[in-house]
Write a protein that binds this ligand. Sequence first.
Ligand code: ADP
Length: 438
Amino acid sequence: MKRIFPVITVLITISLLGLIFFQILWLISVKDFKQAQLKENLEKATGRAGLRLMDEKPAFVAPRKSDLLMSTGSFYMDFMKHAVRNRFSKDEINTIVKESLEENNIKNVPYEFAVTDANLVGDVIATDNFSRYDADSNTEKKLFLLAPPSGSNTENLVPQEWLIVIVPHQSDIVLKGITWFILGAILFTLIIVSAFFLTIRTLLRQKKIGEIKSDFINNMTHEFKTPLATISLAVDALKNEKVSGDKEKTNYFTGIIKEENKRMNKQVEAILQAALLDKQEVQLNLKRLSANELINNAVNNISLPMAEKNGQLIVKLDAEKDIIMADDVHFTNFVNNLLDNALKYSKENPLIKLTTSNHNNLLKIKIEDNGIGMNKETLSRIFEKFYRAHTGNVHNVKGFGLGLSYVKTMVEAHKGTIKAESILGKGSSFIISFPLAK
Ligand code: ADP
């Protein structure tokens, strides 16, 4: 599993890059193909328009013998009258060019045309912008000889005419024509890339959840192993006749069994509570209560373990307005959890300060300790379920990583907010704010 994950990532990244590369190649070849097609169609359309200009209004008059004998100048003039430029108006040529372009699938694009003699001198019929485009280079030109009917013996006398049709900005036209291809390719590539990132993120998350789960199971087994072993030893001792006859010793060992049982119960309770929180099945019984009083109760619970560790607890309940809407059981629980942690993650001579104060319409509770503190990474994750810091000797401290996630859920259920600050090696503080009851 550890190896396969980077392999999958690399393989998918390579195939994604390949896919993008080939899409670009494909788009380029589609563009080239379309451009060649446009060129070909333009040639066909120009040819077709030229043929129509020659065939329609056939005005070629076979010269009379006398004409041929007469001065060539007059015959030339006579013939010129029948040239395309004389037979068709600009609009008529435009219609023919337009129809020919449409017949060849060139629709709704700007075009320019001109009918001229070979040297672009003399009488020219041309669209207004024709001269703006360079017919030789970047725009398309097609020359078509409007020749006299075959078999005529007067080729030399026919003025040579050219039909030039220009479709400017062909690249833009082609690009416009394949806009949907490009957009589609971009869209689906984006979808694939996002799906890929979502997959990787989910895999990473699953991996993390897997680690958290195995951590949790390890923790739980350790947590239960010690009390079970103690209970087993105590039972063995009770079986001993010397002990069972001695009331004091019996009491001592049953006391141990009871104590260990209580500890295990508390742990099971914590796990069950987390499961309930997951299903959001916790019902709060909110009442107007004095926060200072509730805090005093919680402080009482910690005094014994505090004394065992030679710790000092300073409580300053300075908030004058302390009536909030609270559930007494859960409120006491989460204050206890925070105090427990302050003691659990302490160094020698723990000093814990609990203060309350009023800010605007809020009641603030601050719990500070001078314990081991946390680094930034830990600090950002402490409210996650099952999260426990992995560094240093924190592992010596028992826990499931459920306490703070419970605290946060409960504080928020009380419409409050919680914030943690910490300096590694110096200590941590947790600040909770609640709205005061109206
Ligand atoms: P648990 O104590 O069971 O591990 P919590 O949810 O109560 O679970 O705490 C999560 C983690 O946050 C702890 O494992 C510890 O690393 C860190 N932590 C909590 N409170 C403190 C504190 N007062 N000082 C230092 N670290 C703390």
